[in-house]
Design a protein around this ligand. Sequence first.
Ligand code: SME
Length: 169
Amino acid sequence: MFELDQSQIQEYQKDKPEYYRQLAMQLESLLSEDTNWVTNLSQTSAFVYQMLPDLNWVGFYLVNSKDPNALILGPYQGKVACVHIPFGRGVCGTAAETLEPQLVADVHAFDGHIACDGDTNSEVVIPMMANGKIAGVFDIDSPVHNRFDQEDADGLTVLLKTLLASTEF
Ligand code: SME
């Protein structure tokens, strides 16, 4: 189930918006069993990790209930990662503070980038809003330089909306 084969990689390269639309429908069905946030963030991380090529880390950093000015590591796929990220630090902290998606072609050129996994060369981070407030960020990393474009950021934003519509926080 949810294997990425060569024909899907070609579909993705040919028409990313359409590919993400298909992913959103599959994700909606995958998340339809329950609204539990741990379950659904875990499933979404694994689904995106499986269904997009050239990724090395996919997951969530959540606003830390014990320190609302910092993020704490949430469900993810990939190598073990740093636990705390203050708002404003690194790519994730910048997304959480500015509420703007961060599309970073070369993480080594990003001031304050936090190198959890040395394999990462580019990343995209999407702020996650729940009930009108920042709840965390969705962080997708790649070993390939300049791996993501605006169509990826838009498509991942759609997947995040699908997740939020299926989940109770
Ligand atoms: N790249 C992030 C840190 C988290 S890891 O990549 C999993 C950043 O600089 O915000």
